[in-house]
Design a protein around this ligand. Structure first.
Ligand code: HEC
Ligand code: HEC
Ligand code: HEC
Ligand code: HEC
Length: 123
């Protein structure tokens, strides 16, 4: 009897922990799907005109504008530390537009995934 009780307590604790983890994972996924890059910039006080030089905003934003704020070399170095040669910011595709991966108003994509499975999560 004692053993049965103890067993069910452990089982309950396990189930509770599992439910919490499941909730955390799904909550995280939801938040990621809803926030696009334009939103994360807005959260940092950067509105439409930080990226769009035309008023009102109408066109895609050239990579030159992104590079005005994001130093490509620093990006590449940081990515090299994390990914080694499988570097999203320095690789055999050469200078591809930021927009090949990063989208501002819709989910970003992994342009390497056409040919490789590096498992990048593009913000
Ligand atoms: C006016 C300056 C500015 C411009 C222009 C700009 N950014 Fe940013 N961006 C920032 C700042 C500030 C942050 C927050 C700090 C950081 O991560 O560097 C940020 C963050 C990011 C992040 C990380 C987002 C996250 O969720 O953590 C990505 C990716 C990014 N920018 C890509 C781009 C791309 C691509 C463009 C061009 C379409 C662009 N940025 C244009 C200033 C800018
Ligand atoms: C091949 C896809 C790809 C391209 C093209 C690309 N990125 Fe990224 N970018 C990524 C991935 C993947 C990450 C997430 C890296 C990580 O997990 O550390 C990222 C992260 C970032 C971040 C956040 C870095 C941080 O410290 O958190 C910024 C800023 C950024 N990219 C800017 C740019 C800019 C500017 C360009 C164009 C010059 C560009 N990216 C081109 C895939 C790409
Ligand atoms: C971080 C840079 C950035 C910010 C901030 C930003 N945009 Fe954009 N915008 C882009 C990029 C890049 C595209 C090209 C399409 C894409 O990647 O989603 C674009 C495309 C557009 C387009 C053309 C239609 C389309 O989806 O291609 C419109 C309209 C637009 N943006 C409006 C806005 C408005 C309004 C704001 C402010 C609320 C804003 N943008 C803020 C980068 C930005
Ligand atoms: C059109 C297909 C294609 C795309 C897209 C592509 N690659 Fe490759 N990549 C190849 C081929 C083909 C090779 C050589 C064969 C091999 O080693 O797998 C290669 C080799 C590599 C290698 C050396 C092999 C290894 O795994 O160490 C790296 C690193 C690499 N690619 C990174 C990237 C990155 C990062 C991106 C996205 C920015 C990318 N590739 C996009 C086709 C592609």
């Amino acid at each position: 009897m004692y053993i049965v009780k103890r067993y069910s307590a452990v089982l309950l604790a396990f189930l509770a922990a599992f439910a919490m983890v499941a909730a955390l994972i799904s909550g995280h996924g939801w938040a990621q799907q809803k926030k696009f890059m334009a939103d994360t910039h807005k959260d940092r006080g950067l509105d439409c005109s930080a990226c769009h030089k035309e008023t009102p905003p109408a066109k895609a934003v050239p990579s030159e504008v992104c590079k005005g704020c994001h130093d490509e070399e620093k990006l590449a170095m940081k990515s090299a530390e994390k990914f080694g040669r499988q570097n999203p910011h320095d690789n055999h595709l050469g200078a591809i537009p930021c927009e090949s991966c990063h989208h501002a108003h819709k989910p970003s994509v992994d342009a390497c995934a056409k040919c490789h499975q590096f498992g990048f999560r593009v913000p």
